[in-house]
Design a protein around this ligand. Sequence first.
Ligand code: CO
Ligand code: ZN
Length: 327
Amino acid sequence: MFDILKKVLKPVGPSGLEEPVAAAIRVEVKDYVDTMETDAMGNLICVKKGTDPNGKKIMFSAHMDHIGFIVTGYEKEGFLRVTNVGGIGIDVSLTRHVVFANGVEGVVVCEPVQGAKAMKNLFVDIGAESKEEAEKKVQLGDVAVYAPDCFRLGENRVASPAMDDRCACALLVKLLQTVGETKDTVIAVFSVQEEVGCRGAKVASFAMEPDVGIALDVTAWGDTPEVKLPAIKLGEGCAVKVMDRASISNPALRDELLACGEAAGVKTQREVLPFGGTDAGAMQTSRGGIPVCTISIPCRYVHSACETIDMRDMDAALKLLTAYLKK
Ligand code: CO
Ligand code: ZN
């Protein structure tokens, strides 16, 4: 699992520019699925047919995109002005190493301000000495992300900027590679533009008409000093979502997934997240409505350059999902 994780963490893939991530995933899944296509928005949709002609269509969605900074203008000294693509935090971005898809690297800095900092106070230093030089290196509208990185923290934990949601992409890849024959058809969607409003999953679920939708994503943490909400701990198993601000999980599906975790002998946590949302929110209201749930990987410091997960929770999720598909 760690090898696949490293591979899918590497590509630069901000919202709307996910193709390098899709390219890395195609190589990994091509031998394990019946069809693989990329839709107009860039969603990578892989279908693994079930053995039962009356089986269900189960859609999994793991988003490939990553939050970033988009160039809005230039200063005469060569600095870039930027705004956020998705939920970028200002404080966690200060003096962070960022990289553009074309390889240009930079540092995010904030000008001195009285009071609260705003996106308009940030600039990116790419080492250019004039506006003209900066314009040659990076175009207006180009997007930078926290520079790809991946390192272990202790025995079981791994930190990386793109863990949200590449860890779930790795999980879905691993599921396709290892699950073998299933009664139901698996529709594995590696979705785009989740961080700007679950746009990819919305069109993919409309097109694929699944009977069940399961989002795979990270969730927040409640196990560091002074943080108690949500009641989620790293290393205590994958989380089965009850609710967040975008979806309320279907109770029967939620309980079925919890039971699959128990049958597989893995630890699970019930998740109530008082903020945020996942692709389940988009799938839930697709067409006439779809029963949805989210399997979450507990993740500390979500939306920072050091998003940290526990590999034991990834293994728990893989076993739970395998049990669900094999039931
Ligand atoms: Co996110
Ligand atoms: Zn996410």
